[in-house]
Design a protein around this ligand. Structure first.
Ligand SMILES: [Zn+2]
Length: 227
């Protein structure tokens, strides 16, 4: 068989030839052409060298994967940091800004009607670790006045624990501090009375509970005693 392969046919065959996929007959024909055609020979050399070039590409790919992984870790770290920040901000907001509804246990109050036509309400925080924000005096239906605040930890954001409101007595029947009735129809439910009320126990045999009642009554001012 004469060497009748054209350059086009050889170039089609070269990739397979380089990988050793062509038949011995084709190999012979291709090799004969290559020995006479410098252009195709050059292409063969280039194709044969191709696998060597693949290595750096693989390395690049690995580098890229590493970068992606590094970026992934950075993203995770950023997400964790943001989560921690948000959580801290949330806790701080809860403790210093949002707080909890007012609890009468930590408060003391005085309501006076000494000035005719005026209801003078004063509320104090008796715990130094507590401050109040957003003091409000709301007039509710049926002559109910409700004094509220949010109890928070002291910070520059909070007002002091003290509050004063002077109201027109007209139409005021009862005053609440939070959910606690503290004044009704001219009778002040003092913090002492409230403590006695809170200490109530239906069971006289409950010594600690009875002790709390006696303590609230300040019975100790009458001398030492035992249950
Ligand atoms: Zn050729």
């Amino acid at each position: 068989m004469k060497n009748d392969l054209t350059c086009g046919v050889v170039r089609d065959l070269l990739p397979s030839y380089v990988e050793g996929l062509t038949s011995p007959e084709s190999n012979t024909a291709v090799e004969r052409h290559l020995s006479e055609c410098p252009d195709c020979a050059q292409l063969r050399t280039a194709l044969a060298g191709a696998p060597k070039q693949a290595a750096p590409e693989d390395a690049k790919e690995v580098d890229y994967l590493k970068k992606v992984k590094r970026r992934g870790w950075r993203r995770v770290a950023a997400a964790v940091a943001v989560t921690v920040l948000l959580f801290t901000a949330g806790v701080a907001a809860k403790l210093f800004v949002i707080g909890t509804p007012i609890q009468t246990q930590g408060m003391s109050w005085v309501i006076s009607t000494d000035v005719p036509g005026q209801l003078d309400i004063r509320v104090y925080s008796i715990w130094s670790g507590t401050a109040c924000r957003q003091w409000e005096t709301e007039q509710e239906p049926e002559g109910i006045v409700r004094v509220t605040c949010r109890q928070v930890l002291p910070s520059p954001l909070s007002n002091s624990g003290d509050y004063r409101a002077v109201l027109n007595t007209e139409g005021v029947n009862a005053v609440y501090l939070g959910d606690q009735l503290i004044w009704q129809g001219g009778i002040e439910i003092s913090p002492q009375i409230d403590r006695i009320y809170q200490a109530q126990t239906p069971y006289v045999g409950d010594a600690p509970a009875v002790g709390r009642v006696l303590n609230a009554l300040r019975f100790d001012t009458c001398g030492s005693y035992t249950l």
